[in-house]
Design a protein around this ligand. Structure first.
Ligand code: 5RP
Length: 230
């Protein structure tokens, strides 16, 4: 009998890698689940002769992919990618996502938009009824504009502040060089309205609500993987 605990993130990442075909340009996500996917992709390249080109959603994923021998190109070289696989912090029933706990949502959203297929990989702890259930909305702001953005969002009922670094002795700076405001909003505001409001606030670089971008989600839990498609 095998009593080893099931690693849901690993299981779903390995499952997702089966969607990668020879010759594809594949977007690599950021986070622990995306890391397992990068490792599995590198394994398939090494052991199965899969030929693949990748494009990373963060410096940390680029470094990991390169260290495992994957060919990584720059976003500036392409307008479109075949497949993007990434994790998420929250997933609603209509596949709206909250992303960005890991500071890299600007590139993540660019890849999600550029991808012909965007597949989200997660364990079932990420399923929620609405965005904002467990986390505030991460909003990357131009450093010079953070006070103006905060005030605009407060007028719409937002509550929050600048994200601090892990040591709590300074501010978090995103890979893109932005400051990050984590703002919570009243549950009566719909995701579409929030998306619209934040998109239309000058000084916002990007934010963590991914609306209408997801092709499908692969959810791992209790040793099984459930696929949901749009
Ligand atoms: C980073 C993200 C990640 O995909 C998200 O935080 C999920 O991470 P993990 O797979 O470690 O749970 O959006 O910006």
């Amino acid at each position: 009998m095998n009593d080893k605990p099931v690693n849901d993130k690993l299981a779903v990442a390995i499952h997702a890698a089966k969607y990668v075909e020879n010759g594809m340009l594949v977007g690599l996500g950021t986070g622990s689940t995306a890391n397992y996917f990068i490792e599995e992709l590198a394994r398939r390249q090494r052991e199965e002769g899969l030929t693949v080109t990748t494009i990373a959603s963060s410096n940390i994923s680029m470094i990991k992919a390169q260290s495992l021998g994957l060919n990584v190109i720059a976003l500036a070289q392409v307008a479109e990618i075949d497949l993007y696989i990434d994790g998420a912090d929250e997933i609603t029933p209509d596949m709206t996502l909250l992303k960005g706990r890991g500071y890299d949502l600007v590139l993540e959203k660019l890849l999600a938009k550029a991808a012909n297929q965007f597949i989200v990989v997660a364990d079932k702890s990420k399923l929620v009824d609405r965005i904002g259930t467990h986390y505030a909305i991460p909003i990357e702001v131009m450093p010079m504009a953070w006070k103006a953005v905060k005030r605009s969002l407060e007028k719409a009922g937002g509550v929050g502040d600048l994200r601090q670094n892990v040591a709590k002795d300074g501010l978090s700076i995103s890979s893109h060089g932005s400051l990050v405001l984590d703002m919570a909003f009243d549950k009566s505001i719909s995701e579409a309205a929030l998306n619209h409001l934040i998109n239309n606030t000058p000084g916002v670089v990007e934010h963590g609500i991914f609306l209408g971008l997801t092709s499908g989600v692969l959810i791992a839990g209790d040793g099984k993987i459930e696929e949901r498609w749009q």
